[in-house]
Design a protein around this ligand. Sequence first.
Ligand code: HEC
Ligand code: HEC
Length: 301
Amino acid sequence: MTIENVVLQEALAPRFGVVALISTALLGGALIGYPLAGATEKPISKDSAKSKAVVVKEGASLFRANCSPCHGLGARGGGRGPDLTSGRWTHGSTDPAIFRTITQGVPGTEMPANGFEDSEIWSIIAYLRSLAPPKRPIVSGDPVKGKRIFFESAGCSNCHMVNGRGGLLGPDLSRVAAARSISYLIDSIRQPDKELSSGMTDPNNHYGLPLVYDAVTVVTAAGERITGVARNEDTFSVQLLTANQNLQFFLKKDVKEVIHEHKSLMPPYSEDTLSARQLQDLIAYLETLRGSEEKGSKEDR
Ligand code: HEC
Ligand code: HEC
């Protein structure tokens, strides 16, 4: 069993019924090894000497090695990246559009640019096209109730902005469903520390993303501890956005310590604070947040 598979199971296991469904679909898929049937009719590879099945198989192994850590086993989401089998393409659904997304990445997101050979990218596309859409894990929750939970009872909007409304401490969620998979969303709510948003602490992080959402504590010369999210940090200074949304600036030479906590400022929402039912409603609401999806895909048609 691969690592991703285990992670997925862990992520999906005991939360709620819907998820059991996804889990089954995923495992089923994993067991039968994503059969080569169903590849598109048109010759996606320019290399016509190779049979479609061979091309799809090459694409599958390239995908497993390079993409599944984020997009999940069988491209069904799970890590930081969205499900690529849902038939929704935020960045364009045509072969050339997908080709462009894969080569150039999506600037400003965690989707990296790639230096594959053209033929390799075509094989990945052939593979993606060969995947049957999942029996869509219908999130059975009620998005209207979910929206109320988000803005009222659970207080998510104290820290998160959606379409210009809400707080600044956490990431803007206006298009979170286009960017993330359902299992990632569930983890973000139940276990925020598990995978921090943009928490790439690798100093030579080659995706060029800032280390934004780690909780940072500054211990002042007087011994006071102030915790927040680092908005800017360099060798000499750090700027913290604190939980009450004050922006505070510190020179490192004036403080005792700057501690990167490697955990989230977001409180975990356990069953006690957010029931399985409420979680479903909330996810159903988050699933509606797809930013300018319509515009993106129309341009490419
Ligand atoms: C570091 C994580 C990461 C890796 C590795 C990664 N992706 Fe992505 N990918 C993402 C994220 C996050 C998005 C969503 C971008 C956004 O916010 O719109 C994305 C989006 C995409 C999209 C656009 C989906 C749409 O709705 O239009 C495609 C296609 C895609 N990735 C393919 C790939 C392929 C193929 C690979 C491997 C060669 C790959 N990705 C590797 C994180 C990743
Ligand atoms: C006290 C502030 C706070 C509250 C309240 C809060 N969050 Fe968060 N949230 C954060 C911070 C900070 C992050 C980034 C660090 C991390 O990944 O946990 C985050 C991350 C997330 C992410 C991951 C976003 C991504 O693209 O990686 C999601 C989804 C999310 N929160 C949803 C929610 C929902 C839903 C609620 C209400 C049930 C909620 N949050 C309540 C602060 C908060």
